[in-house]
Every structure is written in C-alpha cells, then in structure tokens.
Design a protein around this ligand. Structure first.
Ligand SMILES: Nc1ncnc2c1ncn2[C@@H]1O[C@H](COP(=O)(O)OP(=O)(O)OP(=O)(O)O)[C@@H](O)[C@H]1O
Ligand SMILES: [Mg+2]
Length: 333
C-alpha cells in the first residue's frame, strides 16, 4: 500500500543571528542553514497494517508523513501510496487518505459538526448510500450524537478529536495517518479513540500509520513499529522482536510474610552482581528485583528469599516498551 524508497528531505533556510542587530545582519546575509530532516528512508507497509512511527522530538516523523500525504515533495528518492506519487497527484491521493493531526483541528471552527460532515460528503463525492452507512458506523464507534449540532469551537478536546477522526474517515480512505491522535485526552476518551481505530481497521482493512509519544497507544494498536532518529530509520520490525532483542530486564516482585528477616541479606553479594545488573527495592511487605534476565535466574531469587521467609504472592513484569524505547532514544540501537 505504501512504498518508500531512499526518500530524503532537506530544508534550506536563511541563517538566523540572535538579537536585533542579528536580525538586520540576517537581512543582508546570504548564509543558509541546511537541515537534512529525513535521510534516505525506505520501507513498505502492506494493506491493513497498523504501524507505529516513533522517534524523539525533531526526529523527522511529521516531515515524512507530510511527504506521504503529498504536502511536501522529497528532495531525493520517492514514495508511492496505493500506486500514486502523492506530491505529484495531490487530488487523486487525497481521495485515498485520511489525516488527523492531534495538535490542530481540520474542522471548520464556526460550523456545526453536522454541516461540516455534509460539506465533506460533497468535497469527497460520497454517495448518499455510502454516507449513511459510514455515518452510522462512525457514530457507533465514536459516538458524536450528543454534540453533532454544536459548533466546533464549543466542543471539548475529546469531542473534537472524535469529530476530527470521523471527518477524516467519512470517505472511507485506504490509508489513515494519525499524528498524535490521543494527545491531551483523558483515559476514557483515549480508550474510545483506540477502540474506534481498531474497529475501523478490522472492518475496512484501513492501513494506519500512527505517530505518538504515548507508547501505550502503539502497544495497544500496532504490531509493527518504525523508529526514526535524526532522519534515519533505525528500527523497522515487530514490537515482539524489539522486546526480545532489547528487553533484557525483568521485574520480579515478591510479597513476603516477614520483610525484616531479609534486612541482613545483601543480594548483590549473594548473586555476585553489580547495580547495573540488579537493583533491589524493599517496601513494607514486598521486595522488588529489577534484573538482567541473562545474568540471573528467577528461581534463584525466589529460593533465596524463601530460605528466610514465606512468599505470599509473586508478580512478574516484562520490560515495558517505554523503557526500551527510552534507552534507544538515549543511546541509539
Ligand atoms: N519547514 C521547515 N523548515 C526548516 N526546517 C524544518 C521545517 N520543518 C521541519 N524542519 C526541521 O526538520 C526536523 C524534523 O522535524 P519534524 O517536524 O519532522 O520532527 P518530528 O519527528 O515530527 O518531531 P515532533 O515529535 O517534535 O513532532 C527538525 O529539526 C525541524 O526543525
Ligand atoms: Mg511532529
């Protein structure tokens, strides 16, 4: 559905100097600053896939999405979306895609939502029958009945996001681009939006590209992720794979009968491991081990603790994707 090949985007902007004097100097200077925002990225996304596109601030996510949606033209390489080069055939491409930017609305501020939808129906040439079917479906998954006659400016953020999503989906696009769709939303609305995206993907095999800094969105929705860093794709694969490769930490919490009996145990000495491989935290009635799974065995820990006191409950946690990604952002792959 989406094919991207050696695509780059370089921005060239006039060099800026600080202060008022600097501003004057800038006027007469020809110096330019080059910024390679996207650096020869390549990937393919199949029909019906939901892919998380992540990276730290300024990594190049929005710039790549803008090229795929046809807003920007690459300075090198190319991409096709459903066989169309988006920035060369913007109108044709627009019929195939839906876009939601969480940071700003695409809706008309002063119009009631119902009118906005009617206008979009005309813009996208949606037949009456299709329109009815879509609206019924979207109403069911997003639930905007109670505010459909309100003007957009009076909607709460959560209502507006649901409306934005509905507007982007009214023409049943093949590809849906979501740039931080859950930013600022409370947990209930967030969940509703996620469920809606899932339903849409399941029902219509919509291909979804999702950028977000909330990795629980990704974990909930996507099987695949792509990580971009300084314009380069540094990871493209499944979430399960990345956990396998980088998720070497485990967290084990034991609820024990008598915590004080453990006070004289030094687990670093017992297991011959430093702080980097093992961290131990004691609380009122539990003890938590955060450890490298290749250096230490769970049964070892449990048996050592059980020599001293009874264990009432055991909780094991895998490394969260958030932790892995934080490390990758910090140190690279
Ligand atoms: N129109 C532009 N002119 C000059 N530089 C730009 C322009 N748009 C983006 N950039 C630069 O390109 C780089 C990538 O920006 P981009 O918006 O793609 O990042 P992002 O990954 O979406 O970040 P964020 O998570 O903050 O949204 C940044 O260094 C940014 O300053
Ligand atoms: Mg961005």
């Amino acid at each position: 559905m989406i094919h991207v090949e050696n695509m780059s985007k370089e921005f060239i902007s006039p060099k800026k100097y600080p202060g008022f004097k600097g501003a004057i100097k800038g006027l007469f200077s020809n110096e330019k600053v080059r910024k390679l925002a996207v650096d020869r990225i390549s990937f393919d996304i199949d029909k019906g896939e939901m892919v998380g596109y992540i990276g730290s601030n300024g990594a190049g996510k929005s710039t790549s999405i803008k090229m795929m949606t046809g807003i920007l033209t690459p300075t090198d390489g190319f991409c096709t979306v459903n066989g169309i080069v988006p920035y060369e055939h913007r109108q044709e491409n627009a019929a195939n895609i839906g876009v939601v930017f969480g940071q700003r609305t695409q809706l008309w501020w002063d119009l009631p939502l119902s009118e906005t939808f009617s206008i979009l129906k005309e813009v996208y040439n949606v037949s009456d029958v299709d329109y009815k079917e879509r609206m019924d479906f979207l109403q069911e998954v997003l639930g905007f009945d109670s505010f459909i006659h309100s003007t957009v400016r009076t909607l709460s953020l959560g209502q507006r996001m649901r409306a934005d999503l509905a507007a982007a989906l009214l023409h049943n696009p093949k590809v849906l681009y979501l740039d931080e769709p859950t930013i600022g939303l409370d947990l209930v609305v967030k969940d509703r939006i996620r469920q809606a995206i899932k339903e849409i993907n399941a029902q219509y095999e919509t291909t979804v590209i999702l950028t977000t800094h909330d990795l629980s969105d990704i974990e909930e929705l996507c099987e695949k992720i792509m990580i971009i860093d300084e314009g380069k794709i540094i990871y493209n694969g499944t979430i399960a794979q990345i956990k396998d490769l980088y998720g070497k930490r485990r967290m084990l919490t034991l609820d024990v009968k008598e915590i004080q009996t453990l006070s004289d145990l030094n687990f670093h000495n017992i297991f011959q491991l430093g702080e980097d491989k093992l961290q131990v935290k004691k609380e009122q009635s539990s003890i938590t081990f955060n450890f490298d799974k290749d250096s230490l065995n769970i049964s070892h820990i449990i048996s050592k603790v059980m020599e001293k006191t009874a264990v009432r409950d055991i909780k094991m946690q895998d490394t969260q994707i958030t932790e892995i990604v934080k490390e990758i952002y910090k140190h690279g792959i």
